[in-house]
Design a binder for this molecule. Structure first.
Ligand code: SF4
Length: 359
C-alpha cells in the first residue's frame, strides 16, 4: 500500500473529518494494509493529543454477581453459570481502602464498578457520599459504572464530585439483541445522554469479538464519536466458561490492533483504553497497542485476572512511554523501577532431564 494511504488516515483524523465506511472496512480487513505503517499512522494522531503519556486505571469490582440482566458476555448475568464469587456491595471501609490502594499504586483513575440493572435513588445517595469521601481524601479521578442511570441520579452523582460515568455501548444497535434481551441499545444510549445533560463526562466503549461484523464495530466507533465520549474502553471479549457467548470466533493480535487504530482515527481526542482481554488476545504484541491507545488498566478486570502492576509499569517504560500520574507517585514508581529481577540459574534436572528420568 502506498504511503499516501497512511498519510490520508492521519490527516483526515487530525482535520476532524470522518473516514468513509469503505476506508474503515479496508483498514480492518485488507491484507495489503501493513500493520506497522497503520500503527504509525494512528500513533501520529495519539501523539498529537496525548504525547507519550499513558493513563492508568484501577478497577474495583464493588458488587459482583446477583444481576437480573442477561448480557450474554457477562459472567455476572442471571443466565450465566460461570464460577464467580458473588457478593453484595462491599462495605464503605473496603471501598475506601481500595481507593487508597489505587492512589498509592499511581493510578490516575479509580473505577468503581457494580453489577445490576441500575441503582435505586437510595443506592445513588449512598454512592454519592462515598465518591465525595474518596475525592476529599485523594487527588484521584473517579469513574462510576452502575448500570442504567436517569437524569436525576446523574445530577446527584455529578454534585458528589464524580468525574465520569461509564456505560458501554458494547456493540451496534442492530447486533444488540444478539447479546442481551433484558435491555436495549437505546436504554444504554439514554444513560449516556442523561450523563451529558448534567455535564458529566462519559466513558463508553465496545466489546470486540462477540460475533459482530466489521460493520458493527465501525458503527459503534462512529456512534461514540457523535457522543464525543471523553473516554473509550476497547474490550476484547474474554470467553469465560459459563457465559452464553463462550463459543465466539478467536481474535488475532493483528485484528485487535487494527481495531484500536480504527477507533483512534475515528475518535482522535478520546482517551482510548486497551481494556479487558489485552493480555489474552494481544499476547506477545500487547505493547504495540500503546501506539493507538493511551490508557490501560493496571492489573486486572471485573472477574478475570490481568497483568501485574509491576509488569504493566515495566512494559510502558520499556517502550518509551510515560505514566501520567502525580509527582509523589512518580517518585515511588521510580524506586520500584530500581528493583531488578534476579536471574535464576537452571537446576541440574533442567540441564540434564534425561539423566534424571533414567536414574
Ligand atoms: S454487564 Fe452489567 S448489567 Fe449486564 S449482566 Fe453484567 S453486571 Fe449485569
Amino acid at each position: 500500500m502506498e504511503t499516501t494511504f497512511y498519510h490520508h488516515l492521519t490527516a483526515t483524523s487530525l482535520s476532524g473529518e470522518l473516514l468513509s465506511n469503505a476506508t474503515c472496512e479496508k483498514l480492518l480487513t485488507a491484507s495489503e494494509i501493513g500493520l506497522l505503517p497503520l500503527l504509525d499512522a494512528a500513533y501520529q494522531v495519539r501523539k498529537t493529543y496525548f504525547q507519550n503519556e499513558v493513563q492508568l486505571h484501577i478497577l474495583n469490582n464493588a458488587q459482583n454477581g446477583y444481576c437480573p440482566e442477561d448480557c450474554h458476555y457477562c459472567a455476572q448475568a442471571s443466565s450465566a453459570t460461570a464460577d464467580i464469587e458473588a457478593y453484595p456491595l462491599k462495605p464503605d471501609a473496603e471501598i475506601l481502602a481500595e481507593a487508597e490502594r489505587a492512589y498509592e499504586s499511581g493510578a490516575y483513575r479509580y473505577c468503581l464498578v457494580m453489577s445490576g440493572r441500575g441503582p435505586s435513588p437510595k443506592r445513588v445517595a449512598h454512592l454519592a457520599k462515598l465518591i465525595h469521601t474518596v475525592k476529599s481524601r485523594y487527588p484521584i479521578e473517579v469513574c462510576l459504572s452502575a448500570g442504567l442511570v436517569d437524569v436525576e441520579s446523574a445530577g446527584v452523582l455529578k454534585a458528589s464530585g464524580l468525574d465520569r460515568l461509564n456505560h458501554n455501548l458494547n456493540t451496534s444497535e442492530s447486533h444488540y439483541p444478539k447479546i442481551c434481551s433484558t435491555h436495549t441499545y437505546q436504554d444504554r444510549m439514554e444513560t449516556l445522554q442523561a450523563a451529558q445533560t448534567v455535564g458529566l463526562a462519559c466513558c463508553s466503549g465496545v466489546i470486540v469479538g462477540m460475533g459482530e461484523g466489521t460493520d458493527d464495530l465501525i458503527k459503534v466507533a462512529k456512534a461514540l464519536r457523535e457522543l464525543e465520549v471523553a473516554s473509550l474502553p476497547v474490550n476484547f471479549f474474554l470467553p469465560i466458561s459459563g457465559t452464553q457467548l463462550v463459543e465466539t470466533p478467536t481474535l488475532t493480535p493483528d485484528y485487535c490492533l487494527r481495531v484500536l487504530c480504527l477507533y483512534r482515527f475515528l475518535n482522535p481526542q478520546a482517551e482510548i483504553r486497551i481494556a479487558a482481554g489485552r493480555e489474552h488476545h494481544l499476547r506477545s504484541m500487547e505493547v504495540m497497542a500503546l501506539y493507538p491507545a493511551n490508557s490501560m488498566f493496571i492489573d486486572g478486570y471485573l472477574n478475570a485476572e490481568g497483568s501485574t502492576a509491576s509488569r504493566t509499569f515495566q512494559m510502558i517504560r520499556d517502550a518509551g512511554f510515560a505514566i501520567k500520574t502525580n509527582r509523589e507517585d512518580l517518585e515511588r514508581l521510580k524506586k520500584a523501577e530500581e528493583k531488578r529481577d534476579d536471574v535464576l540459574l537452571k537446576e541440574l534436572k533442567v540441564l540434564r532431564p534425561r539423566m534424571e528420568s533414567n536414574a
